[in-house]
Ligand binder design. Sequence first.
Ligand code: MEV
Length: 334
Amino acid sequence: MRVLASAPAKIILFGEHSVVYGKPAIAAAIDLRTYVWAEFNDRGAIKIEAKDIRVPGLTVSFSEDEIYFESDYGKAAEVLSYVRQAIELVREEADANGKGITVSITSQIPVGAGLGSSAAVAVATIGAVSKLLGLELSNEEIGKLGHKVELLVQGASSGIDPTVSAIGGFIHYEKGNFEHLPFMELPIVVGYTGSSGSTKELVAMVRRTYEEMPEVIEPVLIAMGKIVEKAREVITSDLDDEIRFAQLGRLMNINHGLLDAIGVSTKKLSELVYAARVAGAIGAKITGAGGGGCMYALAPENQSEVATAITIAGGTPMITRISREGLRIEEVLS
Ligand code: MEV
């Protein structure tokens, strides 16, 4: 038997980092996906083959006791640890420790770009392996297991990335609970800086600043939470799109300023944000953990001008759509 599962990338529209401190956030799945095939092997070992996971020149395979690198694997090692933990967790759930499982991964999601590639591989792996082992889990349960994997690998995590990857669509998330927001076509452009940030390190860096000066950082996190609640009010209102977009754009700019203030922006990220605004985007901000990775811009009138401005500023633009669909078990072949 061979199972194929796929899970989407995400963008955080509002509330990254503050969501780790129990504040709300809003995120959406987007139409870039990770594909994971799972099948049994006779070696009793976990074997992971990762090809074309958007790390230049990568071909990696490793099993329980052996690791082979065919080329510089860089950030991929972090992603592969999510896969390995995901398989181990599902084997425990299914009481199938010792069963040999091979998973093969391909992904359209750039690694370390703040688009949730680690969460998507964890969710797709849990989906494929749980199906292979005969566990009937809902997408919501798979999202929760994805959160456990993130906590194991990343140390701290709010769980928003695996939740939105498993569930799909547009969600409001707070302390492990999510609610679908009315679906809305958002005219956005995502801009990739070309460099990656480590979510684990960025979350730890914000934590250190918070512990050093809670009286300064706590009000910033509270303000981020208020931005999210205001954005939810705007999204769920029956105002015209023009007014809704204008208000969301202003909230994005404020949220970006606060993310910059807590130290997760970079020169390149800010350059892409400003290039997008100068080209007419009505809002632009970091999306995800920062430290490299991606920004996104809201550009109802001029997506292609904003995409060009991002290119001229040295980034890679992606005009992407919100994906209604989360985890999908694509095929079961016997
Ligand atoms: C990463 O996509 C979002 C962060 O808020 C981390 C998390 O929520 O686990 C930075």
